[in-house]
Design a protein around this ligand. Sequence first.
Ligand code: B1M
Length: 222
Amino acid sequence: MNEILNRIAQCVEFGKINKTSPYPPGMKDQDGADELTRRALESGVKPDEILENALIPAMANVGNKFSKKEIYVPQMLMSAKAMNSAMAHLKPFFQSGETKRKGKFIIGTVSGDLHDIGKNLVAMMIEGGGWEVIDLGVDAGAEKFLKALDEHSDAIVGLSALLTTTMENMKKIVTAIKEKYPASKILIGGAPVTKEYCEKIGADFYSPDPQGAVNYLKQLVS
Ligand code: B1M
């Protein structure tokens, strides 16, 4: 069992989606995360074992390498695609409730802002960390976040902003959420955002990168 889990982890870490995928060149013609995950499930490996012992550690490595600038956005996106191809096989088990997730995470890019590449990376890393992600997309205002919280009041919230102008909308969203859900935890990030700004607007945590976001969520449930 360990061998197949190691192989899935390697596919995710190095971005090997499936057998026909030409990337990375060193893994050409080999099975990818897609085929190996299907085979692991067929041979009786449990979905949460695949998540905990292959996908999560692989994505943690990806996050750490990205934080240390050992890999860049394109490699991270390939890892995300490989992880998604594995997750497609696991999702039915999670959705049926047969396998438990660590919790729920609502994420969106704030009102007026259409940048979603960073937000998607954070969402993908958190999903890879074993959380259910509710992605509100881009241009999401307070109303949208509150509606999602009405449905998932135990969820942790993440806000992303890439513009100095739209960053100001984080304050409105944080204020509205804290007013209705004072116990909620809000994590913020995005290129112009800082720890000082996070403290100023009353958000709970600032992370400059996806791995920091994963670590924060992990620490909240440990
Ligand atoms: Co725009 N854009 N853009 N843009 N764009 C920037 C952000 C800009 C810095 C370019 C520049 O002028 N040098 C500038 C902002 C200036 C400022 O406000 N200080 C800018 C501008 C001005 C604009 C427009 C206003 C341009 C115009 O129309 N005149 C316009 C605004 C549209 C709008 O949003 N309303 C605009 C439009 C666009 C495109 C649509 C063309 C496109 C977005 C496509 C898309 O996202 N689907 C785009 C792009 C691609 C960029 C740049 C080139 C790249 C952004 C990106 O994806 N980076 C950007 C310049 C640059 O950064 N070099 C730029 C890669 C991504 C992985 O990084 O998003 O920072 P990032 O995410 C990081 C971290 O910040 C963190 O983790 C990620 C991974 O490390 N992170 C979080 C992000 N969210 C997080 C949340 C967390 C935790 C961590 O917790 C919840």
